[in-house]
Design a protein. Structure first.
Length: 175
């Protein structure tokens, strides 16, 4: 696949009309069975797919669907992989093997409100990417590929840089 050819009209449009480069991602939740507190469904606006998620077993979940932390780590792994593959295609590099592992550490006691001394949320994420490419015995092209993929991975950059999050929760009483 020629990624440069595929991206050429996009680059031209973004150059001629920079406002079109700003994209909004949007997902919606709240449509799952409200009588089941352990499972949710998330609907991305752009696709018809539904993402099921649920509580982690460490806080009482059934361990039958990914938890929200799994989805976060999955977003990093997916972004890292698709970025790596697209950069490789742009560079004319054939990938012969690829493995991405993302791990995170969190303390379930924080989520269970067992004390203010226990943090809520993930405290450390480790992302390991191992790629093998054809005709690169010294690994120079693979190293250049990994540096480029790391630079352009949106989710990795967002997690490393941090992002402002506005969260508003409205609770209404039923009549």
């Amino acid at each position: 696949m020629d990624i440069r050819e595929r991206q050429a009209p996009l680059r031209e449009r973004y150059t001629n009309d920079p406002e079109t480069a700003i994209q909004r991602l949007s997902v919606h939740g709240g449509g799952a069975d409200l009588s089941d507190p352990l499972h949710v469904e998330i609907h991305p606006d752009r696709v018809v797919d539904v993402w099921r998620s649920g509580a982690h077993p460490a806080v009482g979940g059934d361990d039958d669907v990914p938890c929200s932390g799994d989805l976060l780590l999955g977003a990093l792994a997916a972004c890292q992989e698709v970025t790596l593959r697209m950069v490789a295609a742009n560079m004319g590099i054939a990938i012969t093997a690829l493995e991405i592992t993302v791990e995170a550490d969190w303390d379930a006691r924080g989520t269970l409100a067992m004390g203010r001394e226990f943090p809520v949320g993930i405290r450390k994420i480790r992302c390991s990417t191992d790629v093998t490419i054809a005709d690169d015995e010294r690994g120079e092209r693979a190293e250049r590929l990994l540096r480029s993929a790391e630079r352009y991975c949106v989710v990795l950059d967002t997690l490393r840089s941090g992002v402002d999050v506005d969260a508003e929760i409205t609770v209404r009483g039923a009549a």
